[in-house]
Design a binder for this molecule. Sequence first.
Ligand code: HCC
Length: 229
Amino acid sequence: MAGAAPVITAIQVENVEFPPLYTSPATGKSYFLGGAGERGLVIEGNFIKFTGIGVYLEDKAVASLAPKWKGKSFEELRDTLDFFRDIISGPFEKLIRGSKIRPLSGPEYSKKVIENSVAHMKSCGTYGDAEAAAIEQFAQAFKNVNFPPGASVFYRQSPDGILGLSFSQDGSIPEKEAAVIENKAVSGVVLETMIGEHAVSPDLKRCLAERLPVLLNAGTTNFKIGNGN
Ligand code: HCC
């Protein structure tokens, strides 16, 4: 039975704020903020934060994940790859927002995402000609993009193997997607590189493992928006 409406809050990652809910003008669907975290790199011994990544899930993700994962502790979820794999490949849409903390060009940013994505697909034998073509389409979409601090890429990963890309100068979702890539392996691999086995943001994994139990245990997506206090 469903309990009280769970409170869902925004998350601040440095200068980037992730709102608790989005309704996409491109799909008309509503998504809630599962978690957010930083992606940094160690440069000359210093950890530099480059991007904030927010993972939004279509409301029906709660019903999909609850049977297997409700009642599990934060630590258990955080340390269970299978939990993250169910988020990555579950039958619901994901909307992933990558926002810049520091300025990056589109090619600089996409090069890193592509390196990790191709390495993952090669390691599990899913990288063939179709995937190479899809990755080329991905690279092209970023070619003329520039990301000042606060600018975002939105990845819409649909469960039928489509990856929609859109760009905005802030945290708003554009009306129109800049590219639509139809490839099952490529559609899921971006989120895999963020929260899978070799995740670029352990901070994001921790955040998902902390927040999702509250929603899974409540068993409803009748959210109440909170202010984090
Ligand atoms: C991924 C997904 C996201 C990122 C990544 C790999 C990301 C990129 C940050 O790296 C970044 C930082 C410094 C650079 C270029 C990109 O958020 O010079 O699989």
